[in-house]
Design a protein around this ligand. Sequence first.
Ligand code: SF4
Length: 485
Amino acid sequence: MPPSHPFDDDKLREECGVFGVVGVQDASTFVALGLHALQHRGQEAGGIVSHDPLLGFNQARRFGYVRDSFTSQKIMETLPGPISIGHVRYSTSGSKGQTALRDVQPFFGEFSMGGAAIAHNGNITNANALRRELIERGSIFQSSSDSECIIHLMARSLQRNIPERMEDALRRVEGAFSVVAMTQTKLIGVRDPLGVRPLVLGKIGDGWALSSETCALDIIGAEYVREIEPGEMVVIDDDGVESRFPFRPRKSRFCIFEHVYFSRPDSILGGRSVYETRENIGRELAKESPVDADLVCPVPDSGTPAAIGFSLESGIPYAMGIIRNQYMGRTFIEPTEQIRNMGVRLKLNVNRALIRNKRVILVDDSVVRGTTSRKIKEMILDAGAKEVHFRIASPPTAWPCFYGVDTPQREKLLAATMTEEEMCKHLAVDSLKFISLDGLYRAVGQANGRDSENPQYCDACFSGEYPVEPADMLEQGFQLKPAAE
Ligand code: SF4
């Protein structure tokens, strides 16, 4: 599956998707399908673990898309049994962009009471300190991934069963985690106390499924039951679903960027359709930053629902001014520098007949480095547009994310070094407006906007207010926003 945005290198990237199934025959085939539906959350590699009462635990990890490996009968035959979990990743901490196979999840641990595998979406913000402590106490790490800490912490726990060991381990972990894990008979799902990353429960026949997003339940024909609550652990076996709350309760801070960009538009988040939320964002943008123009065009594909919302609110016609080549693979642009430089035009083409002599509003989901926005603007002007106005469906991304999303260093973020006006000049467009943070909160259903005393979501990449202190990054010299800024 191609990435959901044609300029993947100028976007924030969700780093993982997790999926698990228990109580169905050949559970791993359902997991492969689920991971395929979650491919937008990570395209570098994927892995599946299954357990069969006769054949024990089995696992397969592969680079590349799910469809390229986990559709092979030869591989799937090695993953028998009625319980299975899987993971797709971009890359978590450690070897970013140069994933080693040993970093590909799920991770597996053999304990005195049996084996367990875990798949983690998120990022552990105190992983460096934990890793140092564990290594000093004798743990031998197999990977560079922060998630492996969970297995080693479980190994050190004195609890008598795996769910309780997992509770022990996760109480030591700070940051964002949605974990799907399995033992020989139990499927386990856990969300961190703030519920930063998503995790949902589904029902399939007599069995159950856990997934990062509801779109992956749809693909296997599972019925959406509910979200796993922030701070909740569910332990699922033949007896059904047992719910526990092993952490000190905190006010939830779900990632607001899931609504803007990461989640698929056909998923449901917090009881709301992601598509409708994005359309609302477009409507809010049109109210906040109207502009006289002839056409509203999305930057495909992720800007589309917001562009439709902008058009509906403003009455300015919606048009597909930019067409994306759906079949543009990554490998094609690798061979030569000359072809690589053509990248933008290979991926996108301007619908010239539509654009010529028009004042065009381009709606995109975010501006990260700004390199993409410049190139798109040039293409639109080359096609004869009279004016180009950018409307962005998120506030300026001025801070990195440390909760499981790949972000450039702060100085590489355009909004970290420039005001909106300066960015407009830098991009040389006729106007540039971002949705306000309050406008975004209204669009996700908070009628009164953001509660600045107790923000309802994590919005650290916009506000610089981190709900969990990024301990490892502070140790490496990262500077938080001064209180008065
Ligand atoms: S910092 Fe931004 S991308 Fe990261 S979890 Fe918070 S809202 Fe989401």
